[in-house]
Design a protein around this ligand. Structure first.
Ligand code: PAF
Length: 280
């Protein structure tokens, strides 16, 4: 049985009745197979699964898609029921931010201003603020985040470590369409032609990964990945970078992460892949 609650008071009561470990999967709804794999991981590793569904206004810029972000609560609840979630918390904005937008927000530090943070100022302040609030409200023992949003996962891990938040963060591998496209709630914005174009992000990561496994240098990995975009006019590349797995600056050798962001039509997509750099 999946219980659904909408207010903090209801959540507190329902949470108090859960004994054993609680795993939280935080979402903005519009659930897809990527979320289902987070739910499965939570089911396997925790005694109870708690899902939050909240489109957080704090992490959207003024010209972003907060208003048109898909809101599909009935379908989402069906996914949660099928996955055996114990509890769903789907609060309103007024419930999460009763005094309006909070004056105090978490500062994500240097990394929060890079990559996604450079293109979306304030994004990670909003993400970390709501993640911390949801951790406090749910009192989860484990929290599951997708590797698809790799910078988010890295910053959540860092916040938990830096602020001694009593939760274990679990990263869950990205789920892909058969042609390689990483699942994302925003894929539904793509027209059929854009959907084909969107394959270029994962294709670039694969090209980089292949070059790395052939012993290419960091520079040549980037050349191979960039070549997939060539002079295409249907993809606007935002960044394609190779970093160490913790997104720390400096030269990269051994385990590394290749990250890409691009706009296809009006939709901004991101993806990333683990690679190994052992240049010959
Ligand atoms: O990844 C998301 O869906 C959101 O950024 C999160 C973690 C639910 C916070 O709003």
């Amino acid at each position: 049985m999946t219980a659904v609650v909408h207010t903090r008071a209801e959540l507190a009561t329902a949470r108090a009745a859960l004994t054993g470990t609680v795993g939280v999967v935080m979402t903005m709804g519009a659930l897809h197979s990527g979320h289902e794999s987070l739910l499965r991981a939570a089911r396997e590793q925790a005694d109870h699964v708690l899902v939050t569904v909240f489109v957080n206004p704090l992490q959207f810029g003024p010209n972003e898609d907060f208003d048109r972000y898909p809101r599909t609560l009935d379908e989402d609840l069906e996914v949660c029921r099928r996955a055996g979630a114990d509890l769903v918390f789907a609060p309103s904005v007024a419930d999460m931010y009763p005094d309006g937008a909070p004056g105090v927000r978490l500062d994500p530090g240097r990394l929060g201003g890079e990559l996604e943070g450079e293109s979306r100022p304030g994004f990670f302040h909003g993400v970390l603020t709501v993640v911390l609030k949801l951790l406090q409200l749910t009192r989860a023992d484990l929290a599951f985040f997708g590797e698809k949003d790799y910078q988010q996962l890295t910053l959540v891990r860092r916040m938990v470590r830096d602020l001694d938040v009593p939760v274990r963060v679990v990263g869950v591998p990205t789920v892909r369409e058969p042609d390689g496209l990483a699942l994302s709630s925003r894929n539904r914005y793509l027209s059929p032609a854009e959907r084909v174009t969107a394959r270029s992000l994962s294709a670039a990561l694969h090209a980089g990964s292949l070059a790395a496994s052939d012993g290419a240098s960091a520079a040549d990995v980037l050349v191979a990945a960039n070549a997939v975009f060539g002079d295409r006019s249907d993809v606007e590349l935002d960044y394609l970078v190779l970093t160490d797995p913790d997104l720390e600056p400096g030269p990269v050798t051994g385990p590394a992460r290749l990250l890409v962001a691009a706009r296809v039509g009006t939709t901004r997509l991101i993806d990333n892949m683990a690679i190994r750099l052992d240049p010959r």
